[in-house]
Design a binder for this molecule. Structure first.
Ligand SMILES: C[S@@+](CC[C@H](N)C(=O)[O-])C[C@H]1O[C@@H](n2cnc3c(N)ncnc32)[C@H](O)[C@@H]1O
Length: 273
């Protein structure tokens, strides 16, 4: 049978995928590494199915290795006899404890079948929560910013583990970034907060991320022309029937728009999206 690594999404029970929910419902035992992932799992399975694992709060690698060996020794026999799920918030392959379990199982219990069910990661959920569009062709980097760190370099960054927002903010502003913070996004537990003011989130909360974009970044999307056109129409109501962007009125009374500058589409890789 199988050990499933199931991504639960950012924390709201109905953001678990249909496949993830099915796997949880069918699993004989469901293990969770933390309180929050456990509470999301409990929205889909009975408490009697939740397995017991002990994870020490330590950075001591020896102790961590011992804990993962113990966890794998508890999980492996159950995954041979039946189906077992190990849940994580977000996606199991993004900054996740599941990696430790997978490596330990591979090393000591290589006969155990393993499958991963992807989840909605904070890496993508942040964009909706913060109202950010990552346009086709744009670059986006993922960094950690724990304990006031301010990584810089890329034009656009998602920063995880923002535990000292005021200190991180100072460094980012100095380096020419605009920054928005998101705390407990799409989470049932705790208050969701989106702000560009670091003093609003100066209290440490592990479930805090930031999106930083270079102030100097200029992006011109092909469809931005529509907004300019609408503005022109507003400004010039008397002559709006003749209004054009590139001077060519078209048959249906609309306007022909120059679409040459479709960034990111040069190689045909954004067709149909
Ligand atoms: C160890 S990483 C886990 C990432 C997770 N596996 C995923 O795919 O989203 C934890 C960091 O992700 C970010 N994070 C995860 N879920 C979040 C949420 N719902 N709201 C805000 N930040 C979140 C925070 O920066 C947190 O410190």
């Amino acid at each position: 049978m199988t050990l499933y690594g199931v991504g639960l999404g950012p924390g709201e029970a109905d953001l678990v995928t249909v496949r993830g929910k099915r796997v949880l419902e069918q699993a004989d035992v469901v293990y969770s590494p933390g309180r929050l992932s456990r509470s999301v799992a409990l929205e889909h399975v009975a408490e009697s199915k939740i397995g017991d694992l002990d994870f020490p709060m330590t950075k001591d690698e020896e102790k961590l290795r011992a804990a993962w060996k113990e966890a794998a020794a508890e999980i492996a026999p159950n995954a041979r006899d039946g189906d077992v799920a190990f849940v994580t918030l977000g996606d199991p392959n993004v900054y996740s404890t599941f990696g430790h379990l997978r490596r330990t199982i591979d090393a000591f219990h290589p006969d155990v079948d393993l499958e991963i069910v992807p989840g909605v990661s904070a890496v993508t959920a942040f964009a909706t929560a913060l109202g950010v569009e990552i346009e086709a062709g744009a670059g986006l980097s993922l960094r950690e910013a724990a304990n006031g760190a301010s990584p810089t370099g890329p034009d656009r960054m998602i920063l995880f583990k923002v535990t000292d927002a005021p200190a991180t903010h100072e460094g980012l502003i100095e380096a020419g970034y605009e920054v928005t913070y998101g705390r407990r996004l799409f989470m049932e537990q705790g208050e969701t907060l989106v702000t560009d003011d670091p003093s609003e989130i100066d209290e440490r909360d592990y479930y805090t991320l930031a999106y930083a974009e270079k102030e100097s970044l200029e992006v011109e999307q092909a469809t931005a022309a529509f907004q300019r056109e609408a503005q022109t129409d507003d400004d010039d109501v008397s002559s709006d029937e003749e209004s054009t962007t590139n001077g060519e009125p078209v048959a249906d009374g609309g306007t022909e728009i120059a679409l040459e500058r479709a960034e990111g589409c040069a190689h045909g890789d954004c067709g149909g999206h």
